[in-house]
Write a protein that binds this ligand. Sequence first.
Ligand SMILES: Nc1ncnc2c1ncn2[C@@H]1O[C@H](COP(=O)(O)OP(=O)(O)OP(=O)(O)O)[C@@H](O)[C@H]1O
Ligand SMILES: [Zn+2]
Length: 755
Amino acid sequence: MASSSFHFTADIKVSKVLMVGAGGIGCELLKTLALSGFSDIHIIDMDTIEVSNLNRQFLFRQSHVGQSKAKVARDAVLKFRPNISITAYHANVKDPDFNVDFFKQFNVVLNGLDNLDARRHVNRLCLAADVPLVESGTTGFLGQVTVHVKGKTECYECQPKPAPKTYPVCTITSTPSKFVHCIVWAKDLLFAKLLGDKNQENDLNVRSSDAASSSKNVEDVFERRKGEEIEQYGRKIFDHVFGYNIELALSNEETWKNRNRPKPIYSKDVLPEELALQNGNMDNNHASDDGLSVSAMASLGMKNPQDIWSVKENSRIFLEALKLFFTKREKEIGNLSFDKDDQLAVEFVTAAANIRAASFGIPLHNLFEAKGIAGNIVHAVATTNAVIAGLIVIEAIKVLRNDIKSYRMTYCLEHPSRNMLLMPVEPFEPNKSCYTPLSLEINTNRSKLKDLVEKIVKAKLGMNLPLIMNASSLLYEAGDVEDDMIAIYEANLEKVLAELPSPVTGGTMLTVEDYLQELKCNINIKHRMTYCLEHPSRNMLLMPVEPFEPNKSCYTPLSLEINTNRSKLKDLVEKIVKAKLGMNLPLIMNASSLLYEAGDVEDDMIAIYEANLEKVLAELPSPVTGGTMLTVEDYLQELKCNINIKHREEFDEEKEPDGMVLLGWTQPVPAAENKNKSVGNGASTSDATMAAAESEKDDEMGIVSPLKKRKLPDDSDISKAAADTKNHKQLQVIDDEDDLLVLEGNLDGFKKRRL
Ligand SMILES: Nc1ncnc2c1ncn2[C@@H]1O[C@H](COP(=O)(O)OP(=O)(O)OP(=O)(O)O)[C@@H](O)[C@H]1O
Ligand SMILES: [Zn+2]
């Protein structure tokens, strides 16, 4: 990132910015960036231009309708700034191509998005890539711009966000639980289907299951037949959506296991025929021919918008409103979209929402309330977008200058507060308990999805039924999965990460979830091939290493099958740690708690460790059970490894006399090389590094560290270590410091083969 010593305009000229979203805010932002001197701008937007965008997304013209927003915006700005570079991506920012590495190339990311999901995604990528984010949003006259710099200010997700105003489709179409769900259904599905664009497909189109056999049912219920009485048509719609569709939904028992079953409502039950005929005396409707003043309430003599109507009254309004649309406003049918200022539309939607609410046992609402809920669409204001875009650029410049003290969250208000319409607020500190993505170092060319699922997602993250996504593409899902997907997921499990349909490579951000346990996290994949050194080796601080072939005699992660309810710590120490791993003075830890330490131990600990040795594993102070990862070390020998405990009930006394089986371990092979490698030979750093690199070669998952070899000490460290350890029991066999040095060197070769 540019440092604060850069000249102001130089910061802008040399920086590379990513803009996500080229809609209302995005168009303004791109123009302002270009005019402020930014000259390397990348834009991602997944949408094409719609007619409704033209009033405020001023880079677009009528002739562009249907074309990529990102590309048209780029071309429009290049017309007046031909010498800058603008790169456009007509794509979803959630595409795997836009991974952590992609984000890392930018000095700052600027969001002009319109949904929470994409904003969160960008926030996480920015955190993972450590790139500052300037986030924004507008609704009508309101707007805000916020700055998110990892470790310095709160991220976009540090504060919980209010529930979004969109609802899962299935809640709206099948399982409403709140009145607002019924309103959304009435407005966005029913009203739109009946009076808006006829051709839209939506879930209201469910036909009877015998549709295939009965030609009568094949016809669109929503189509008014030639000569069909409007009253009859209305009742047909009524019965279909409030009766038949509910009946159909009820037939899926699974849905209602833990929910109240809705009850179907048919028009004849609420509105007996004769009553219906009295319905809608059009002469009572004193409305003029001005469409917007036609009213079903007026026509039925209902005046108070704050009265809650009964189901019967709602049904009358429903049929009457429909009738009025078809008689008084016929020309508009097919082109209507819900408008909260359209009285008849509000009446229709209120009535339909109430009937649905009654069916689902949700309290009914009056027209006044329903209008408030239904009208919660705030029209975009071009000026607000322009103001916000300007503020984004101001914050972006501060970010590029690293001017942390000046960062501001700015809120654009509708009414002045303390005489200000733009209210600046100092950013908050990051929230420590907020989302930070996990990082996984893994060899993506060698490890399979299966390894990741078993060793990390299940064993480490504790997910039982994980779902794994690479950006928007699903790689794996456990549990209730459709038949045709099972085969795909099984095949994926066997694939190497980099060869998955949506490849997982360095820079990929995976999303891992377990719905049942409500666990969710992101994992930032780092392909492990390059080692970062403390001192240059071959003039390099970053040492790239080709992935190694597996080496049987070296550093394989260990697993121990053992009956944790029967075997004692003593058994593990004697039969595995000492006998197999060759540790003389082992130290055993379960996560951060020390279970045992041999050697020079404080008196009061001796008793505790002795007691632990006699305890069954599962009954230790920090219980060792299936899934536990033990860390075992022998400080003197510089041996360290992790043992993955797998609980097993039975062992074959003949074949498995230890009553436990150590996996991933092979009998030591005699040293053939490296035995002359001595410390302090001038090449110690690179040797140590290569040894470390080699030691990690089978440790393909960096989260698990099966064997970590300590860095070999340099000369001065060795004499210090020698002094420190001179009194140690094990070293009493070596009574001379020179021997110790040689032994250290030889130990190196020895140890490398031991595990
Ligand atoms: N995941 C995403 N990837 C890329 N672009 C996105 C993503 N989500 C939203 N966008 C883009 O963000 C922009 C938001 O712009 P805006 O809020 O003006 O919405 P709009 O769809 O253009 O207008 P409106 O919704 O008001 O009709 C849109 O152009 C949209 O395509
Ligand atoms: Zn955060």
